[in-house]
Ligand binder design. Structure first.
Ligand code: PMP
Length: 311
């Protein structure tokens, strides 16, 4: 994977600029208070088709504009502007590998944390492979930190400031020797990971917390539910999950745009499926990659080709 930052181009407020020139004023409410809403998106390079496919672009833009609305920011960017800036900056970088793209609408100017505008936007593509490399799965602990909830800072809003909660949980997990954390909500029920949603498999049933359990309305979660139903004939049950249920689950996995699908092989040091990735998880993961990379027929509506024609 090419991880160099040289010659990287960013879309900032209508212009494509070198990374070194993509700067924001220190007095903006975004730099002081984290008032920015964003999406992390992925594009998959298909070597055979010589095409880069953006995955579920329209769903990400819909959620981005919902975040703008919930935070009462100026609604300055149309879907078309979001799409055009996204495609324009990736083409300008001429990426022909898997990338992640951060598309962020931020509170610009020198107002306070309660101002509505002016808003700005940047789109930053970054080459990126798998989140955990070739690892078969990861370890997790149940966090001592509680997930934020809709009554204080809603996890439904994908706002930069929310990630302080994720940071606390993730740092605690790493310092205690785990790869990541699983947070519970204010009812003590399982919510999600610091940057991912969670599924369990029990007796061939796929279970995930409902959207009211203090979770982000994850696009990968919805994608996997659809794939499980269409491709494996498994209907997902959305219900509360207890901590101890994780200990006795047949399989546990996390999912998200960045994480994709990752098996959890132990929780609080108790092994899941004898420390091996489970059958349902692995099958779903393979289907997910096939679909996202443009290798599976019937899911073209989820893919946006970046380049005008295959080269
Ligand atoms: N929960 C949190 C807290 C996240 O940050 C993410 C990543 N965006 C997810 C879940 C997964 O969401 P998605 O599948 O839309 O990437």
């Amino acid at each position: 994977m090419k991880e160099t930052l040289t010659n990287r181009k960013i879309w900032l407020n209508g212009k494509i600029v070198p990374l070194e020139e993509a700067n924001i004023n220190i007095l903006t409410p975004t730099s002081q208070f984290g008032v920015n809403v964003f999406e992390g998106l992925r594009c998959y390079w298909n070597e055979q088709k010589q095409q880069l496919f953006a995955f579920r672009l329209e769903e990400h833009f819909k959620r981005l504009r919902q975040s703008v609305k919930m935070l009462r920011l100026e609604d300055r960017f149309s879907d078309e502007q979001l799409r055009n800036s996204f495609i324009e900056v990736i083409r300008a970088n001429d990426f022909r590998e898997d990338i992640t793209v951060r598309q962020t609408i931020f509170l610009d100017g020198t107002g306070s944390w309660s101002s509505k505008g002016p808003v700005g936007m940047f789109v930053a593509p970054i080459p990126k492979g798998r989140a955990f490399g070739s690892k078969q799965g990861i370890s997790a602990c149940i966090s001592t930190w509680e997930r934020i909830n809709d009554g204080n800072i809603s996890p439904r809003i994908k706002v930069g400031a929310n990630y302080i909660n994720s940071r606390m949980a993730q740092m605690e997990a790493i310092e205690n020797g785990f790869d990541t954390a699983i947070l519970r909500n204010n009812q003590g029920k399982i919510a999600e990971g610091p940057g991912s949603c969670l599924f369990i498999v029990r007796d061939n049933e796929l279970i995930t917390p409902p959207l009211t359990a203090s979770v982000l309305e994850s696009i990968t979660r919805r994608t996997l539910m659809e794939l499980a139903e269409k491709e494996l004939n498994i209907r997902t049950v959305e219900r509360e999950i207890d901590r101890t249920e994780l200990y006795i689950s047949d399989e546990v996995f996390m999912c998200g745009t960045a994480m994709e699908v990752v098996s959890i092989l132990s929780i609080d040091r108790l092994s899941v499926n004898d420390g091996k990735p489970g059958r349902v998880t692995e099958t779903l993961k393979n289907i997910y990659f096939e679909v996202a990379r443009g290798d599976k027929e019937g899911y073209e509506q989820w893919l946006t080709p970046i380049y005008p024609e295959a080269k």
